[in-house]
Design a protein around this ligand. Structure first.
Ligand code: NDP
Ligand SMILES: O=CC(=O)O
Length: 324
């Protein structure tokens, strides 16, 4: 008998067929309070689950007594209660690496569009405001050769450093929990403490995961320490930055601009004050959202679940200690 699996995200047809070859699949439209109740039997039978974004907490796990493996179509896993998974010996799989370069491209797009005001001036052209040669009120600020500060020098931070160093001649500063020899040798990146990073960076680029330690790591006090004229880019997770403090810093021009792919609440509420600020570029969490990369993530997530339920995990495991 094939193991039962709960699928709560749509997959490309070929990947869905691959999943069906290995498992008896119950597909549901996201994990919401309504369909959790509606599909209680499928949850109770599931040995595996695959999807993204939804919260997987203790309460949900209690409804899934047979669960052995969870596979998320993302690298971030802050929506999972990993401790609860560990206690039950449930393997958590994710999709690092396949999306790294695409997310770094998105971060560079945010750097360029917020510095050069790409979205704002393009909208002015569409509104018919380009009536004569433009003046300084349309100008942006340079990106090349400015100092890039990277907060979180992991896979994505490293790929961003490569673009900034080789493509734009930017000196790189960074902060992480440990030194990263590869960033230092390949991109001449300089490790520094958070205060130095804040004080010296022209662009503060955040590629941190959301954890208890990183929640609101950038708040009012940290924003006040930033270099005058600096631009903040966040593509890690929204709650790493205190959004109310960010709005205040953008309004009083402590910060020159912000480029944001992630928010404290997603989707960003339409009445968010961020959307009223001309110096904000707001994207709908598109870090990895290209056809190629989203396909690769879904493929890896399917393969991860197949490996996990077969007891053949070799990579992409968040909590390998439960395998021992
Ligand atoms: N916007 C989007 O669409 C996407 C967003 N993301 C987000 O980006 C995050 C990073 O991804 P990725 O680069 O692959 O992950 P990695 O695990 O490779 O890198 C994370 C980095 O954050 C650092 N870090 C973690 N905690 C702290 C802390 N308390 N203080 C300082 N540094 C810390 C790590 O430090 P150290 O190296 O010292 O351990 C590491 O350098 C994901 O977790 C996800 O939240 C990812 C993909 C797409
Ligand atoms: O935010 C996206 C991810 O893969 O994590």
């Amino acid at each position: 008998m094939k193991p039962e699996v709960l699928l709560y995200k749509s997959l490309p047809d070929d990947l869905r067929a691959r999943l069906d070859d290995h498992f008896t699949v119950t597909a549901i439209n996201g994990l919401t309070p309504e369909n959790i109740a509606q599909h209680a039997d499928a949850l109770a039978r599931a040995e595996g689950m695959i999807g993204s974004s939804s919260t997987v907490d203790k309460a949900l796990l209690e409804k899934m007594p047979k669960l052995r493996a969870a596979s998320t179509v993302s690298v971030g896993y802050d929506n999972f209660d990993v401790e609860a998974l560990n206690q039950r010996g449930i393997v958590l799989m994710h999709t690092p690496t396949v999306l790294t370069e695409t997310v770094a491209d998105t971060m560079m797009a945010l750097v360029l569009s917020s510095a050069r005001r790409v979205v704002e001036v393009a909208e002015r052209v569409k509104a018919g405001e380009w009536q004569r040669s433009i003046g300084p009120d349309w100008f942006g600020v340079d990106v090349h050769h400015k100092k890039m500060g990277i907060l979180g020098m992991g896979r994505i931070g490293l790929a961003l450093a490569q673009r900034a160093h080789h493509g734009f001649g930017m000196p790189i500063l960074y902060n992480a929990r440990k030194h990263h020899e590869e960033a230092e040798s390949r991109f001449n990146a300089q490790y520094c403490d958070l205060d130095t990073l804040l004080r010296e960076s022209d662009f503060l680029c955040i590629s941190l995961p959301l954890t208890e330690q990183t929640h609101h790591m950038i708040g009012r006090e940290q924003l006040a320490k930033m270099k005058p004229g600096a631009i903040l880019i966040n593509a890690g997770r929204g709650p790493v930055v205190d959004e109310q403090a960010l709005i205040a810093a953008l309004k009083d021009k402590t910060l020159h601009a912000a480029g944001l792919d992630v928010f404290e609440q997603e989707p960003l509420p339409v009445d968010s004050e961020l959307l009223t600020l001309p110096n904000v570029v707001a994207l709908p969490h598109i870090g990895s959202a290209t056809h190629e990369t989203r396909y690769g993530m879904a493929r890896d997530a399917v393969d991860n679940l197949i490996a996990a339920l077969a007891g053949k995990v070799e990579k992409n495991c968040v909590n390998p200690q439960v395998l021992r």
